[in-house]
Design a protein around this ligand. Structure first.
Ligand code: CUA
Length: 175
């Protein structure tokens, strides 16, 4: 959904840039006075600056709320799950969870970079984070539906990269 919107916005912006570019090429041949040309070109700069600034502020404010920052500020104690990636397996201290349980995956790697990605039954990606040697990356996720979920590696990490798969079980909420 978000990817679709981003894709269409990108397409529209590319189209807009192309129109500006083609118009600029077309108009250069007809103008000879360089000073006059510069004056005309610089005239809308103030308006463009304030317009972009305003757009930046609006976009920032509008997109800030769904960030994970607001989720982490709720102080819900999350269940910590230690994840260690290695060529070519996932080592996890827990693989069975409950619906609605806030989880905090602490993801590390023993050797090279891997990608820790959670997929649902339709193989739609739900959440992902890099597994890096020497760092602990934190991924927070809460499952809404019971069932089996797959963990796949998203970073090419060697000959058996494709076999870095494990399964998580999510049980219905227990109360
Ligand atoms: Cu681990 Cu690809």
């Amino acid at each position: 959904m978000t990817q679709d919107v981003a894709w269409y916005v990108t397409l529209i912006l590319i189209g807009l840039l192309s129109v500006i570019f083609i118009t600029a090429i077309g108009s250069t041949a007809s103008t000879t006075n360089a000073a006059e040309l510069a004056k005309r070109a610089y005239a809308p700069r103030g308006k463009i600056f304030w317009g972009l600034l305003l757009a930046g502020v609006i976009i920032t404010v509008a997109t800030l709320t769904p960030w994970p920052h607001s989720a982490s500020a709720t102080h819900t104690p999350a269940r910590v799950v230690d994840v260690m990636a290695a060529q070519w397996r996932w080592e996890m201290n827990e693989q069975q969870f409950s619906v609605g349980e806030p989880l905090e995956f602490r993801v590390q790697s023993k050797d090279v970079n891997h990608g820790f990605a959670i997929y649902d039954q339709d193989m739609t990606i739900l959440a992902q984070i890099q597994a890096m040697p020497g760092y602990t990356n934190v991924l927070r996720h809460t499952f809404n539906t019971p069932g089996q979920y797959k963990i796949l590696c998203m970073e090419f990490c060697g000959v058996a990269h494709h076999s870095m798969i494990t399964t998580l079980t999510v049980l219905p909420a227990n109360n």
